[in-house]
Design a protein around this ligand. Structure first.
Ligand code: AMP
Length: 216
């Protein structure tokens, strides 16, 4: 059976960086829900505007929208191992994932929680810059681009995400605590949860994740 792995963690814990790293090394599909939603939110359609009204405020986009994205993704990638980044983010979405996996003939292989203290989250968010073209994330202090605020891979000027502000972060953290944290207890109870220390360096965290996933 194909493997399905969930990466959990607060904003800026390194989910995207680690999922990208892991998927390159082990030929997993990296599905980034936040990235998929940002793509769907580009443009002037009513759906794009609706999605932006949630993402810009730090709120979760309605389950009906994310359900469609997840189902399409599973249907288009039946033969792939998959690492999910940013999904599920609530108990309702964990149930929705269970349902979508059983429809696709899959089971959850592992849920990996990247832990990071709150003080560190704010520092990372304010220093985060992303490439608007390929989505690669940088940190101006700990993981800067090689040349002045341009993407190493395609040379585009990096951007500060619209929701990476102190004000929106407060809301995103509140949503994380209220909606996402209960999933951690759930995955722990069913025996699929593993915790890694997100304060370690990128390679170190990556190795912790590899160990957990490849042993599961
Ligand atoms: P991220 O790129 O993971 O930080 O997500 C950015 C924003 O996209 C979040 O603050 C939410 O507004 C939205 N988003 C990402 N993942 C989900 C999800 N699983 N359910 C609903 N909204 C989401």
């Amino acid at each position: 059976m194909r493997r399905t792995v969930v990466l959990l963690g607060p904003p800026a814990s390194g989910k995207g960086t680690q999922a990208a790293r892991f998927s390159r090394a082990h030929d997993f599909l990296h599905f980034d829900m936040g990235g998929a939603l940002r793509e769907a939110a580009a443009g002037d359609s009513p759906l794009a505007e609706e999605i932006r009204s949630y993402t810009d405020a730090g709120h979760l986009v309605p389950d009906e929208v994310v359900r469609r994205l997840i189902e399409l993704m599973f249907a288009a990638n039946r033969e792939r191992d998959i690492i999910l980044d940013g999904f599920p983010r609530s108990m309702e979405q964990a149930e929705l994932l269970e349902h979508a996996m059983s429809e696709a003939g899959r089971e959850l292989t592992a849920a990996v929680l990247i832990g990071l203290p709150e003080e560190e989250i704010a520092i990372r968010i304010l220093n985060r810059r992303v490439c608007p073209v390929c989505g690669k994330a940088y940190n101006l202090v700990t993981m800067p681009p090689k040349s002045d605020e341009k993407c190493d891979d395609d040379g585009y000027p990096l951007e500060h995400r619209a929701d990476d502000t102190e004000e929106v972060l407060k809301e995103r953290l509140a949503v994380y605590k209220e909606k996402t944290r209960p999933i951690i207890a759930h995955y722990e109870a069913v025996g699929v949860l593993a915790r890694v220390d997100g304060t370690a360096g990128v390679n170190d965290v990556g190795e912790q994740i590899e160990k957990v996933v490849l042993d599961s």
